[in-house]
Design a protein. Structure first.
Length: 194
C-alpha cells in the first residue's frame, strides 16, 4: 500500500509539473501536450516500478510490466490532453467535449488492459485486473480534482500547490488500496496461467 501510494503520488506529480512548467513558459498547444504526455509516460514508469516492487514477494512481472504501464499511461494522457489541445487549436467547444467523452472509457481501461496482458502469464483470469483498475481509477481520479477545486479563487499559489499535493496523495492512496486488494484476490485464487 505504502509503496504504490508513494509511486503513484510521485508519478502523478511528473505530468502535473510538466503541465505547469509548459504553461508558465507559454508553450504552444501541441508542445504542451507532448510535454505532458512525456510526463505521463514518466508517471506510468514510476507507478509500474512501484507496483513491480510491491509484487516481488509473490511474482515478478518483470520490466515488461513497467514498460506496459508507462506506454498505457502515455496513451491515457494523449487522450486526456486531446480535448484542451483541440480547443486551444481552435476547435469548437462541442468538439473538445466530444473528444473528452469518447476518450474517457479508453483512459479508464488503458493501464488495466496493458498490465493484464503481462499478468496473464502469471495468473488465471488476468482480465479481471482490467475491472479492478477501472474501479480504482473511478474511485481515485475525482479526488485529484476536488481538492484544488475547493481552493477559493485568488488564493496564493502555495495554497493551490498544497491542495494539489494533498489531493494527489489521497488519490494515490485510493488507487493503491483498490488495486492492492484486487491483486491479492487475483494472486490468491489464480496462480497459474489460463
Amino acid at each position: 500500500m505504502l509503496l504504490v501510494t508513494a509511486g503513484e503520488a510521485v508519478g502523478f506529480a511528473i505530468p502535473g509539473v510538466a503541465w505547469f512548467a509548459g504553461w508558465q513558459l507559454d508553450f504552444a498547444p501541441i508542445a504542451l501536450a507532448a510535454l505532458v504526455v512525456a510526463g505521463g509516460a514518466g508517471e506510468g514508469f514510476v507507478l509500474g516500478t512501484s507496483q513491480r516492487h510491491a509484487l516481488a514477494h509473490a511474482t515478478d512481472p518483470g520490466r515488461s510490466w513497467v514498460a506496459a504501464t508507462a506506454a498505457a499511461a502515455a496513451f491515457a494522457w494523449v487522450l486526456g490532453m486531446a480535448p484542451n489541445t483541440a480547443y486551444d487549436l481552435g476547435a469548437p467547444a462541442r468538439t473538445a467535449v466530444a473528444l473528452g467523452v469518447a476518450g474517457a472509457p479508453f483512459i479508464l481501461i488503458s493501464i488495466g488492459v496493458a498490465q493484464a496482458m503481462v499478468l496473464r502469464r502469471f495468473v488465471r483470469r488476468a482480465r479481471r485486473w482490467v475491472w479492478v483498475n477501472i474501479g480504482a481509477w473511478l474511485a481515485a481520479l475525482p479526488v485529484s480534482f476536488i481538492g484544488p477545486a475547493l481552493v477559493p479563487n485568488g488564493s496564493a499559489a502555495w495554497v493551490f500547490g498544497v491542495a494539489w499535493v494533498v489531493s494527489g496523495v489521497v488519490m494515490a492512496a485510493i488507487l493503491a488500496a483498490v488495486t492492492g486488494w484486487g491483486m491479492r484476490k487475483l494472486l490468491a485464487g489464480a496462480t497459474a496461467p489460463g
